[in-house]
Design a binder for this molecule. Structure first.
Ligand code: TXA
Ligand code: MG
Length: 298
């Protein structure tokens, strides 16, 4: 299969592929997604094959309206509506009870479903024309998420027919994931919308998942976001040496580290053939960025 990168004013073809059950890649404000119609079980299966994703790692379903979210789920709580009204469209994914009529493969067999309303106009247009779209990040399983169309091509060339080129993603790391299945909300994956913002809005504490209890989010057990190079987190100024250094405050030959540049730098380091990526942790780093760095360093 030949993979083509198409322009944003050319969405008709992408819509056709989605409608016939063929996954395609599209931009969101966080990272590029590999999308298929949420109601099409065959198309969902193809997403797992294309990415080489373990079948127990559930997908996020993207919606354009709160009504669509309600139809995908059941027993939505007041917290759900409150968070959706405040943060949607935007980089917040909410895990709720799944409508049992949806393909179980979507949620890796779980009785729950992760839903988000992206703010990217191309993503919203696709959903408006076709209905809810299930989409994991458009990378091969285990690789850093793609933040440009070329990153998607690097991983999925020959595996999908189309990539919609929306330029560089505005945020660069994946959405915040919050589970609303317990009495207290649980932060499953930190992102640019912070735990503190969610707590302030709900007037309620948001819990961190307990590493030693049941895995709440299957995605958490896999090594993720990882370049080929070894990633070393360095906390002491004197030990900050190497051929490829990322720093929130770069000097000399260092490169800039922030949420938007992280994955592009990981991919660049691999192309460059770096053996080790040294991360300057002597300065403050956001919870979301630290989460990705720790997983990459595992
Ligand atoms: O920003 C994003 O969220 C991007 C864009 C494309 O929207 N998507 C993304 O999808 O990062 P993915 O598949 O790479 O990550 C989804 C995460 C995984 O950690 C998965 O385990 C978790 O969400 N998740 C999905 N459904 C879940 C569920 N029902 N219960 C718990 N965790 C779930
Ligand atoms: Mg992913």
């Amino acid at each position: 299969m030949k993979t083509r990168i198409i322009n944003v004013d050319d969405l008709e073809e992408a819509i056709l592929f989605l409608k016939v059950g063929t996954p395609i890649a599209f931009p969101t404000e966080t990272v590029y997604g590999l999308g298929a119609l949420a109601h099409n079980a065959e198309a969902i299966k193809k997403i797992f094959t294309v990415k080489g994703r373990p079948s127990d790692n559930p997908l996020i379903v993207h919606v354009a309206t709160i009504e669509q979210a309600a139809a995908l789920s059941q027993n939505l709580s007041a917290s759900f509506f409150s968070l959706a009204k405040k943060f949607w469209p935007g980089p917040l994914t909410l895990v709720v009870e799944r409508n049992p009529s949806l393909p179980a493969s979507l949620s890796g067999g779980l009785p729950t479903i992760a839903i988000r309303m992206p703010s990217h106009p191309i993503a919203l247009t696709l959903i408006e024309k076709t209905g809810p779209i299930a989409a994991p990040s458009a990378n091969l399983s285990g690789k850093p998420s793609p933040t440009t169309a070329l990153h998607v091509l690097e991983d999925l060339d020959g595996r999908i027919p189309l990539i919609i080129d929306g330029g560089e993603c505005q945020l660069g790391i994946e959405s915040t994931v919050v589970s609303l299945l317990q009495t207290s909300p649980v932060l499953l994956r930190p992102g640019t919308i912070t735990k503190e913002e969610i707590e302030a809005h709900l007037g309620q504490i948001v819990l961190d998942p307990h590493q030693n209890t049941k895995i709440l989010s299957p995605g958490m057990k896999y090594r993720h976001y990882a370049p080929k190079a070894k990633v070393s987190l360095i906390y002491e100024e004197e030990k900050l040496q190497g051929e490829y250094i990322l720093s929130p405050n770069p000097k000399d030959a260092m490169r800039l580290l922030n949420e938007k540049t992280l994955y592009a730098e990981f991919r660049r380091a691999d192309r460059y053939g770096a053996k080790e990526i040294v991360i300057d942790c002597t300065r403050p780093i956001s919870q979301a960025l630290m989460n990705r760095l720790e997983k990459a360093a595992q």
